[in-house]
Design a protein around this ligand. Structure first.
Ligand code: PMV
Length: 334
């Protein structure tokens, strides 16, 4: 019997960049994000004789071949290894048929892999429900094995990925800090280009440690930033959230740009949008922060009171595609 699940991306405020164990995607540091309400990915998963993936993005079929197909195969193998530690090695068959229906434009810095692998983890949870009732944290481990940031989309609202210690497969998992209703924040996603990025984040993470700035960043997150971000969320202190998240975001991009193969995901358009947004927020005293992941896309995140002004700004970005999302509910049965 097939199962269906739905999920969406998240936007990180303390960014995940670099692993202490590459194959298991065990992160070097904690991270924290807001799970978004939209755009969504729906997966239909069933048992099959061999791994079969059909993927539609915005209604158009995109063949899943080569390294993309291998990534799914590796994910299923890792999920089985993890489930073996829970005493159910055969609950998931080696082969699945997976139908992906994505409403996320590909590779524009909106974490489609986070939505897909959190969705697949949720589908696997449903598939194995007759054998075991997985907790959210256990489901987040399965999501993490496909894409580190996917771990956080298993839960809604404000979600931390706790790095943990050691190399056990379940050492890092997600924890909900607060649900979406705690503090309704809005994310205007401003996408300047639909060009596919050349180096994906999986390859990028693998070289993060080669940056001379990497160790210092990990220490800053451990000793201060993650907790500052949690405190800002708990107290709904937007100015503190803005300060810590922008500090961490620029720090991540400096690490990326100083890796042995430097990665510059930001474009001239990104910098222009950010400059204009900074000028506007200073002039209008607007509670808005901006952040960018592994792509040129700008996320302008604000409280309800700033929505009209940020919307006007976002809609004025003529060559850009625009999405409006808000804090949402994470992966769930569809
Ligand atoms: O989950 P991955 O491997 O696609 O890593 C994504 C990392 C960033 O989006 C750049 C930051 C984050 O924490 O989401």
């Amino acid at each position: 019997m097939s199962v269906r699940a739905i999920s969406s991306p998240n936007i990180a405020l303390v960014k995940y960049w670099g692993n202490r164990h590459t194959a298991l995607r065990l992160p070097a540091a904690d991270s924290l994000s807001i799970t978004l309400s939209t755009p969504t990915v729906t997966l239909t998963v069933d048992h099959a004789d061999s791994l079969k993936i059909r993927s539609y993005t915005m209604g158009e079929e995109r063949p899943v071949t080569g390294k993309h197909l291998e990534r799914f195969a590796a994910h299923i193998a890792h999920a089985k290894t993890y489930l073996a530690t829970l005493g159910i090695p055969d609950a998931v068959p080696s082969s699945l048929s997976i139908d992906i229906d994505s409403h996320i434009p590909p590779s524009v810095g909106l974490a489609s892999s986070a939505a897909v692998f959190s969705c697949l983890a949720q589908a696997i949870r449903q598939l194995i429900a007759p054998s075991i009732a997985l907790t959210d944290a256990q489901t987040s481990v399965i999501a993490r094995l496909g894409s580190g940031s996917a771990c956080r989309s298993v839960m809604g609202g404000f979600v931390a990925m706790e790095a943990g210690n050691g190399d056990a497969i379940d050492a890092a998992f997600a924890r909900q800090i607060a649900d979406a209703e705690h503090w309704m924040l809005y994310d205007f996603v401003i996408i300047p280009t639909h060009e596919e990025k050349k180096v994906g984040s999986t390859e990028g993470h693998a070289e993060a440690q080669s940056s001379p700035l990497f160790a210092e960043r990990v220490t800053a997150i451990h000793t201060r930033r993650q907790q500052e971000c949690i405190n800002a969320i708990m107290h709904k202190d937007f100015e503190k959230l803005r300060a810590v998240s922008e500090e961490d975001m620029w720090d991540m991009h400096r690490v990326m740009q100083s890796q042995s193969h430097p990665l510059n995901y930001l474009s001239d358009e990104t910098h222009r949008i950010v400059r204009e947004l900074e000028a506007l927020r200073t002039a209008q005293h607007m509670p808005v922060l901006y952040t960018m992941d592994a792509g040129p896309t700008v996320h302008a995140i604000c409280t309800e009171e700033a929505v009209p002004l940020v919307q006007e700004f976002a809609e004025a970005q003529q060559e850009c595609t625009l999405f409006l999302a808000h804090a949402g509910s994470g992966s769930r049965p569809a």
